[in-house]
Design a protein around this ligand. Structure first.
Ligand SMILES: [Zn+2]
Ligand SMILES: [Zn+2]
Ligand SMILES: [Zn+2]
Length: 138
């Protein structure tokens, strides 16, 4: 729990019971969930929680690097808990079973250097979407 609370602080998000409840839910379930799943599971515990709030919290936690967003086979939003919050890394999503795995590697430095040499420009941010088949589906 501690690295997730730290990630909230680093992103200037207050540790509220709602945000904590959402992180707790993902930590205890260990599966990918959509906004409706989260809403359905937390409604009993937090009756004041509405669906729009769930959407907002999922979005905030994704921006803070706590959750990883992906799309299901039928293009529905799914979220999973990131195992390395706060550290820069990427994710590998299996296109078949949709499992999300941590990729603790990044060559952005080399790419930025290339861009600087080739385009005389300064690269600032990047996104990397890696999809394929996981060890089981392969
Ligand atoms: Zn991650
Ligand atoms: Zn798979
Ligand atoms: Zn990177």
């Amino acid at each position: 729990m501690e690295p997730y609370l730290q990630a909230l602080k680093n992103n200037r998000l207050k540790i509220t019971p709602r945000r904590k409840a959402v992180i707790d839910l993902f930590a205890s379930c260990g599966v990918r969930m959509g906004p409706f799943d989260v809403y359905g599971k937390l409604r009993k515990k937090l009756p004041i929680l509405g669906l729009p709030t769930v959407y907002r919290i999922l979005d905030e936690l994704t921006k803070a690097g706590i959750l990883v967003k992906s799309l299901s086979e039928d293009r529905q939003l799914r979220y999973a808990l990131c195992a390395l919050p706060g550290e820069h890394h990427h994710h590998f999503t299996c296109r078949k079973c949709k499992k999300v795995e941590e990729v603790d590697f990044c060559n952005f430095k080399a790419v930025s250097q290339f861009i600087e040499n080739k385009l005389n420009a300064k690269a600032e941010t990047h996104q990397l979407q890696i999809e394929g088949l996981c060890s089981k589906c392969k």
